[in-house]
Design a protein around this ligand. Sequence first.
Ligand code: FCB
Length: 480
Amino acid sequence: MVAANDTMLTNPDGPAADPPFDHASAALAQRFPRNFTWGVATSAYQIEGAAHEDGRGDSIWDEFCRRPGAIRDASSGERACDHYHRVGEDIGLIANLGANAYRFSIAWPRVQPLGAGAWNEKGFDFYERLVDGLLARGVAPFLTFYHWDLPQALQERGGWANRDTVARFVEYAAEVARRLGDRAASIATHNEPWVVAILGHETGIFAPGLTSQKVAMQVSHNLLLSHGLALQALRAQRCTAPLGIVLNQAPIHAATDSPEDVARARLDDGLTIRWYMDALLHGRYPDDVLEFLGEDAPQIATGDMDAIRQPLDFLGINYYTRNLSGIGAPLAPIGDGREVTAMGWEVYPGGLTELLLRLKADYRLPPVYITENGAAYRDELVGGRVADVERIRYLHRHIAAMADALERGVDVRGYFVWSLLDNFEWADGYSKRFGIVFVDYATQRRTLKDSALWYRAFCSRATAARAGAASTDLERRHGP
Ligand code: FCB
């Protein structure tokens, strides 16, 4: 980052002065319409804790964490960031960042402990407090129904592989929307169905830890079906919130120019991007992928594909890195001498522009939100400060890549940093810190990292009235 000390803010919890906010960042902020959404994101299991309080039921992640060896540091989301008890403080943090939106998920087992039958009023009270608290501070609630924490009771009946779970999900979605839909600025059905299906049911590194391609593909179909049927149900009950889904997407590049690697990359593109996008927007699965799957292709009932293809008010994209693929390489980012994060994920901002332009070329896209982007680094709290220069650089470069796509005609409406807080990073436990706010897990003390101070200065620039400028073309297109 170039150092031109033109903004100084005070961090009440940290050092006397903020790190300098440079001219390049100020110029970047000007590339966005003033009414652009700037947010931070979290998910329920990763931050809430209070896993067995006030009537919450077990989720598949509670169960998975008990499995020896499943979680790198043998931890769980039992306490996590204790957000359930600190929700007021955390809303204050979000508001003080100047973010105008907060993306979070509802823990299904908190509001319906068994995934069927009785609702848990205390669970709903918590989300009522969260939503009302955000609105009182001028922060738009972006809600996700399912960020991976299926009630364990449903898993015992087959989980997402059982078509009955689809009906259970629709019932749950309709109830949450009935209670909170009037105040939600946005509702997403699922977060990253590819991860749920593949990492949960094929590679087994995530809950529920199964290892069958056939099951995984049936799960992916059932997730998509539950999305479509939930959208139908919500529209039938006149839910006013914009409705959509969040996908993890990344350009897939062939590891080498060999025909085998190029073919494998095309197939992986089918399995990760086209499988979801074609189904959601065109109502069919890609032929090459169906052919590859053969016997492992899902069972599709009459009408399913039409049900999946519902109008989307928005599409959420989570972007972290590109993927390299080939016959010698598994579908995973690489780190041979390239710049990587603490996850080993390659820093590849250009992939975000490439992805957005490609999606725009291939599909009639609804408005797009980058619902997650961020990075884990080996942060250290020294003298009340976390000097996470690399994260600032990562965020800056990805926001710039998003601006490139916006200026080239992709209708991007918002951006969410993953994550507000350091949190429970699934199979990596607490060993990976993605937050722009540092969490000391022993004391639960939160400290704004330098990246949070940078993002605060950035959001304030991006949303501030601009001298001389009435409204840009982009602002006119985005409405008031
Ligand atoms: C995404 C997840 C999110 C977080 C980030 C790092 O795949 O949606 O919960 O774990 O990765």
